[in-house]
Each structure stands twice: as structure tokens, then as C-alpha cells.
Design a protein around this ligand. Structure first.
Ligand code: AMP
Ligand code: ZN
Length: 475
């Protein structure tokens, strides 16, 4: 196996990547709390881990990637109250938005465990922590982790001083202000599940310990999220997992993405400066957003500006132009029976750039250096190679773009040879036909609108009309 180097937040060093089981990578990433639309800041983290995963796969590893969904939380409960809805309706709605954003960004997570589908396992886990003496039941029926019982607290976030450990809950019933809730007793009117300690719901941190061990085993290779999660979330996860499972390290590599900011401030719902992905997709192709996010090293703070996204759009155009040029040049079936010196020179240049691409990615996933190799290849194609080069050289470039696309995932639609089909977005096309039909119906031109409905049905697209809108589904 080639050597990949990865930065570990715990050691604060770049280390050689050696998973617990040779060839296999167990990866857990902290996903969203579903109380609002997914935004560009979330995408920053999700794209970064998708690229890490894809690169490890390209390097021959089998990667299992779990990314959880927090579907019960104060913020969800509050939003439900504000809108007079059930908490589950809110959670389901924003879960759908999140999954749709992942799909559009070409992110493939293996498993999306939801907290409320794991309450039984959470109760079992908390019971074991109590039995082992790491947790205690408070008079209210809440259960807290006793931080003093775990002797390595603060190592991950580099906070060795107890003064720096204050937690979000300010309950008087805690033994120490830095203890944190594993189980929260239900307040009147809140959703709850029954437990040995009375009705309540899980605290935030416990879910990730429970679901990661259920699906990935007692030791995990990569555990990640944005740097905003290092304290208290990951510190608390680490404490409770190492305490209960009796393993050290519980996580071999702690990996954190630099936050996405706007005007120098973190993009977050609470600061009111989010750019929802669903809106951004109307302005930019998902591939452009993915390209922009992927072009910066994952640990860097990435500041949003219109200009930088515009630059990404131009870079994407260039890549598409390169693929379309290649398709045109390669389209005829040709074979080389000899090469000239120039061709041999180009082949060697492409080999070097390919090697540098791998070196960059091996070095803690240096995507910006990796992209620069791709642009060097495409520049050479535009400036020289396209004018008089052999099919061998062109196929080398095509293979290089295909290989790098396995990591960056922005050219899937463009690297295939059926040139017409590749750029048509079928969903948009169906929506357009449905809109036209709605306009006809409004003008009471029913014969044509019915004909459209029947034709679509023959193609396997079923329309259903309600008073407000027409929905479609593929049958
Ligand atoms: P949240 O829903 O806020 O808990 O976030 C879900 C995931 O997105 C976590 O891994 C966060 O660290 C990450 N995240 C949230 N906001 C940002 C941001 N502005 N930049 C990068 N990652 C973020
Ligand atoms: Zn987590």
C-alpha cells in the first residue's frame, strides 16, 4: 500500500496513515442537526470528507463511511414550537433537504444513522456507563458523565486546565460544572422516551459514541467534523467511549475541517449569515460549488466571496472544454504505430504531473496542489497538444482526467462519449414539461394537456394533479 499522510488533531502532527485493519478504513463524520436548511458551511465539511474517502478508495482501501443525523435536539424542539408543528415533521423535512444536498453535491455516504432510531442502544450504553461508575443519575432524572473519572480529558482540544472545560448545560445538580448530560430528563411538553431514569431524551454527545461503535466497532480509524466540534463535542465523545470501551485510542486519527466563513465570521445559523445550498444551486451548478470547496486544502479556513465562486465557475468551464475537446479529438478509432519526439515528451510530462497529483494527495490530501497538476495538463492540451498530437497522448490525458475525477467527482457527466445526453438534466426537463402543461391547464386547453399527461405516462412518468400543483413520479 502506498503511504498516505494525515494530520491528527490529537497529536497535532502529520502522521503516517495506518488503519487498525490493513486495507480497511472505518470512518465516522458528525453530520447535521436537522432544524434548518443545509448551508455552504456544512457542504465544506461534507465535501472534504467525501474527497478523503474517495482518495483512500483510489489508493486501494475499503472505506465504510458513517455520517449521522441528529434528529432530536433543543433547536429542533424550539423550531417545532415556533412553527406549531411536531418535532418529527421538522426533522424529516430538513433531513430530506440534507440528503438531497448530498446527492446534488455527488457525495456518497454509506450510512446515515438517525439518533431517534437508536434510543434503545443509547439507553443501554448510558446504563453501562452508570454501572462502571463513569456516570451518575441526578435528582431530576438526568444522567451526567463524571468528567473527573476520565483522566485524559482535554487532550484532544488541548485544554488541560479545568477552568476551560465549561459545558453548555448549567444545571446545579451536576457534581462539577464541566460534567455533561448523557440523558436529559424531559421538561413538560417536550418529546420523550421512557428510560430506567424516567422519561427523557439523549444528550447530544452520546449518540455519536453509540452509533459509531454499533456500526464501526470499538475502534475507529478516522473521526471527523468541522473544527467547531473539537470542544466540547469530540472531547466528550472521546471521554465516554474510551471510558466505556476500555480502548485507547478509541479513534486513531481525529480529522477536522477548517470552517467556512463569510466576511470573516463562521457561517452558521445562529449568526444569521447562512447561504442555503438549495438557493445556491439556483445560481451555481453543484459541480462548481464542489470544485470551489475542493480546491482549498481541507484544514484551511475558507472565506466565501462571489469572486472566488466565479473563479471556480471559470475553472469548471475550462475543465468541461478540455473534456469536450478530448472527446472530439478521440472520437475516431485511431492507433499509433510510432510516436515522434514531441509525443514522447508529452507522455513523460503527463506521467510526471500524475505522480505529483498523487504526491500532493498523499500529503494530507493537498487538493489545491493536486488541482494545479490537472490544470497544467489541460493548459498543455489547449496550448499545444490539440494541434498535432497522437491518439496515445490524448488517451493518456483522458485517463488522467478520469482518474483524478474519481477523487474530485465533478466531471462524471462530461467524461462520457455520448455527447448529447451528457449535459441534459432530465429532472429539469421533466419539470419544464410539467410547467408547460400547467400553463395549458390554466388556459383550459385540456386536450393538449391531457395528451402530454398520457405521453409522459407512456414514458413511465406519472403525473398527479392537486389543486395547487402537479407532482410527478417515475413508475
Ligand atoms: P451542525 O448541523 O452545525 O451540527 O453541523 C454539521 C456538520 O457541519 C459538522 O461536522 C460541523 O462541524 C460542520 N459545519 C457546520 N458549520 C460549518 C462551517 N461554517 N464550516 C465548516 N463546517 C461546518
Ligand atoms: Zn458527533
Amino acid at each position: 500500500m502506498p503511504i498516505v499522510y494525515i494530520y491528527n488533531t490529537l497529536s497535532r502532527k502529520i502522521e503516517e496513515f495506518i488503519p487498525f485493519s490493513p486495507g480497511r478504513v472505518q470512518m465516522y463524520v458528525c453530520g447535521p442537526t436537522v432544524y434548518d436548511f443545509s448551508h455552504l458551511g456544512h457542504a465544506r465539511t461534507y465535501v472534504a470528507f467525501d474527497i478523503i474517502k474517495r482518495y483512500l478508495v483510489l489508493r486501494g482501501y475499503d472505506v465504510f463511511h458513517v455520517q449521522n443525523i441528529t434528529d432530536i435536539d433543543d433547536k429542533i424542539i424550539n423550531r417545532a414550537k415556533q412553527e406549531g408543528k411536531d418535532w418529527k415533521e421538522i426533522a424529516d423535512f430538513f433531513t430530506k433537504d440534507y440528503l438531497n444536498s448530498l446527492k446534488r453535491l455527488n457525495i456518497n455516504v454509506d450510512l446515515h444513522p438517525r439518533v431517534t432510531y437508536h434510543i434503545k442502544e443509547i439507553i443501554e450504553y448510558v446504563s453501562k456507563l452508570i454501572d462502571k461508575g463513569y456516570a451518575y443519575i441526578a435528582p431530576s432524572g438526568s444522567v451526567y458523565f463524571d468528567v473527573d473519572k476520565y483522566d485524559d480529558y482535554g487532550a484532544l482540544s488541548n485544554r488541560r486546565d479545568k477552568e476551560q472545560w465549561s459545558q453548555e448545560e448549567f444545571a446545579k445538580e451536576k457534581r462539577n460544572p464541566y460534567d455533561f448530560a448523557l440523558w436529559k430528563a424531559a421538561k413538560p411538553g417536550e418529546p420523550y422516551w421512557n428510560s430506567p431514569w424516567g422519561p427523557g431524551r439523549p444528550g447530544w454527545h452520546i449518540e455519536c459514541s453509540v452509533m459509531s461503535s454499533k456500526y464501526l466497532g470499538n475502534q475507529i480509524d478516522i473521526h471527523g467534523g468541522g473544527t467547531d466540534l473539537i470542544f466540547p463535542h469530540h472531547e466528550n465523545e472521546r471521554a465516554q467511549s474510551e471510558a466505556l470501551l476500555g480502548v485507547k485510542p478509541w479513534v486513531k486519527y481525529w480529522v477536522h475541517t477548517g470552517l467556512l466563513s463569510i466576511g470573516g465570521e463562521k457561517m452558521s445559523k445562529s449568526l444569521g449569515n447562512i447561504m442555503a445550498l438549495k438557493d445556491l444551486f439556483k445560481q451555481y451548478k453543484p459541480e462548481v460549488i464542489r470544485l470551489w470547496l475542493a480546491s482549498a486544502h481541507y484544514r484551511k479556513i475558507l472565506n466565501f466571496t462571489d469572486q472566488s465562486l466565479e473563479q471556480a465557475r471559470q475553472n469548471f468551464e475550462r475543465l468541461i472544454n478540455a473534456t469536450s475537446l478530448l472527446r472530439d479529438l478521440i472520437s475516431e478509432e485511431k492507433y499509433d504505430f510510432s510516436l515522434n519526439d514531441k509525443d514522447i515528451k508529452y507522455i513523460n510530462i503527463i506521467k510526471d504531473l500524475r505522480e505529483k497529483f498523487y504526491q500532493a494527495m498523499d500529503n494530507d490530501f493537498n487538493t489545491s496542489a493536486a488541482f494545479s497538476q490537472i490544470y497544467q495538463v489541460t493548459n498543455l492540451l489547449f496550448k499545444e497538444i490539440q494541434y498535432n498530437s497522437s491518439i496515445t497522448v490524448l488517451l493518456k490525458i483522458y485517463a488522467f482526467l478520469g482518474e483524478t475525477n474519481r477523487v474530485f467527482g465533478i466531471l462524471d457527466k462530461y467524461l462520457i462519449f455520448q455527447s448529447i445526453q451528457r449535459e441534459i438534466d432530465v429532472e429539469t426537463l421533466i419539470n419544464l414539461v410539467v410547467d408547460i402543461r400547467s400553463k395549458l391547464r390554466k388556459r383550459k386547453i385540456f386536450d393538449i394537456s391531457d395528451w402530454i399527461r398520457d405521453q409522459l405516462l407512456q414514458l413511465g412518468i406519472k403525473l398527479s394533479d392537486t389543486k395547487e400543483e402537479t407532482k410527478w413520479q417515475i413508475i
